[in-house]
Design a protein around this ligand. Structure first.
Ligand code: A2P
Length: 373
C-alpha cells in the first residue's frame, strides 16, 4: 500500500494556499487527510478538496497532531510562531516565508538545483524567495557549465507576491481608475493602477537596498553554495497579476556565446525557451501564468562586455507556482518518496541513506555528491 501523508496547509485561504491545493490536485499528490488552517477570521469557513468539504480551523500550536507535512504560507511571523510546534509534533515543515531561509540548519531548496539538501533537514525546509527562484532555475545549469561570477538583474514583480490583498488592490484600483473614481491605496503604500514602484519592502538606510533585493543576493549565494558570486539587483513591483519577469545579465568565468546558453537551457529542468526574434515573441507574464516552467528568451550577447564573457536574457515565471506553491509541492513529493526517514521522529542518522538518490539528483552540484557515494 502506498504511503499517504496527512498534510496541513497554514494559510489555506491565501493566494499561495489556493495554489497548494490546486497543485496537489494537478500532480495527484497523495493525501490521506488535509487540515485546512488559517487565522481566526477564517475559522468555520469551508474549502473543497477532492470532492470533500473541509472546515477551516484556526491555526494554533495544537494544529499539528498526526500531521506529516505542514505547508506554511501565512507570513514569516506566523511561520516563526507555529513551525516549532509543528516540528515538535513530528511534521516536516515546508515553509514559503523568509523566516528560516538563512538559518544554516534549514535547507533552502529549489529541487532542480539542490534536491539532495532536503536530506539534511531538521524539521524545516525553506522555499526560496520567488524572485530568486525565477532567476536561479535558468542560471544554475549555466553556472554549472561555466561559473557565473557576476549577475545584474532587474525584476518586474507581479501583485501576487504581496498576497491576495495586493492582487485585489490591483484589480480594484484599475477599475476605479477606468471609471474615473478616486481610490485610496490600502494594501500597498502607492497608487498601483497604471503605475509601478520600487519594491514595497523596507529599505536599508545605509545600503539603499530593500529587503527583497537583499534576499535575492543572500539566497543566491546559499543555494549556489558560492559566496563569491557578485550580484546587483533592483526589485520593482509592476501592475501584473501573477507572474514575475526579470531582465538578467550575467558574466561567466570563461567566454560564452548565446548559442552555448541556448544549448545548455534546451534540456534544463524547469526551463522553457521562448525566443522568437522574427516574431518579436519573448517571455511574457501572461504566458507564464499557470505554467510550471520558467520562460527564458531574449538570449543575446551583452554588448557592454567586449570580452565575450557576458549574456543578457529576459525571463518570466508564475510567482504563485514555481515561485511558491509548485516549488513547495515538489519538495513535498521528494520528502514523501523518501519516507520513512523524512519525518522528524522517524528520521535515522543521515549516514544510513547516503546510497539513495532523489529524482533531481542529476541536477545537483558536485558539492552535493557525497549523498550519492
Ligand atoms: P486569513 O484569510 O484567515 O487572514 P496572502 O498571502 O494571500 O495574503 O494570505 C495569507 C494567508 O495567511 C491567509 O490564509 C491568512 O488567513 C493567513 N494568515 C495570516 N495571518 C495569520 C495568522 N496570524 N494565523 C494564521 N493564519 C494567518
Amino acid at each position: 500500500m502506498s504511503y499517504e501523508p496527512v498534510v496541513a496547509i497554514a494559510g489555506v485561504t491565501g493566494a499561495v494556499g489556493a495554489e497548494f491545493i490546486a497543485t496537489m490536485d494537478r500532480r495527484a499528490f497523495p493525501v490521506r487527510k488535509l487540515k485546512a488552517l488559517a487565522s481566526a477570521r477564517s475559522a468555520g469557513k469551508t474549502i473543497d478538496f477532492r470532492g470533500e468539504r473541509i472546515v477551516i480551523e484556526e491555526l494554533t500550536e495544537k494544529s499539528f497532531e498526526g500531521v506529516d507535512i505542514a505547508l506554511f504560507s501565512a507570513g514569516s511571523g506566523t511561520s516563526r510562531k507555529f513551525s516549532p510546534a509543528a516540528v515538535k509534533a513530528g511534521a516536516v515543515v515546508i515553509d514559503n516565508s523568509s523566516a528560516f531561509r538563512m538559518d544554516p540548519n534549514v535547507p533552502l531548496v529549489i529541487p532542480e538545483i539542490n534536491a539532495g539538501r532536503i536530506r539534511e533537514h531538521k524539521g524545516i525546509i525553506a522555499v526560496p524567495n520567488c524572485s530568486a527562484i525565477t532567476a536561479l532555475v535558468p542560471l544554475w545549469p549555466i553556472h554549472k557549465a561555466n561559473r557565473i561570477k557576476r549577475v545584474i538583474l532587474s525584476t518586474y514583480q507581479a501583485a501576487s507576491g504581496g498576497g491576495a490583498a495586493v492582487m485585489q488592490e490591483l484589480v480594484e484600483s484599475t477599475r476605479a481608475h477606468l471609471e474615473g473614481r478616486a481610490f485610496q491605496p490600502k494594501a500597498i503604500p502607492h497608487p498601483y493602477a497604471f503605475n509601478l514602484f520600487s519594491h514595497n519592502t523596507a529599505v536599508d538606510p545605509e545600503t539603499g537596498y530593500n529587503d527583497e533585493e537583499t534576499k535575492v543576493i543572500k539566497e543566491t549565494r546559499k543555494i549556489f553554495e558560492d559566496e563569491r558570486i557578485a550580484i546587483g539587483v533592483t526589485c520593482v513591483r509592476v501592475p501584473v497579476l501573477r507572474a514575475h519577469s526579470e531582465a538578467i545579465t550575467f558574466e561567466c568565468e570563461r567566454p560564452i556565446t548565446e548559442h552555448d546558453v541556448r544549448a545548455i537551457l534546451a534540456n534544463a529542468p524547469g526551463v522553457k525557451i521562448v525566443d522568437d526574434r522574427a516574431k518579436n515573441y519573448f517571455p511574457m507574464p501572461i504566458d507564464a501564468s499557470g505554467q510550471d516552467d520558467v520562460l527564458v528568451g531574449r538570449i543575446r550577447r551583452d554588448l557592454s562586455d567586449a570580452s565575450g564573457h557576458s549574456i543578457s536574457m529576459f525571463v518570466s515565471a508564475d510567482q504563485l507556482l514555481k515561485g511558491a506553491a509548485l516549488n513547495a509541492i515538489q519538495i513535498a513529493e521528494l520528502a514523501q518518496r523518501e519516507r520513512p526517514w523524512f519525518r522528524g521522529r522517524l528520521r535515522p542518522k543521515l549516514t544510513s541513506c547516503r546510497h539513495r538518490t532523489l529524482p533531481y539528483d542529476n541536477a545537483i552540484h558536485p558539492i552535493h555528491s557525497r549523498w550519492q557515494q
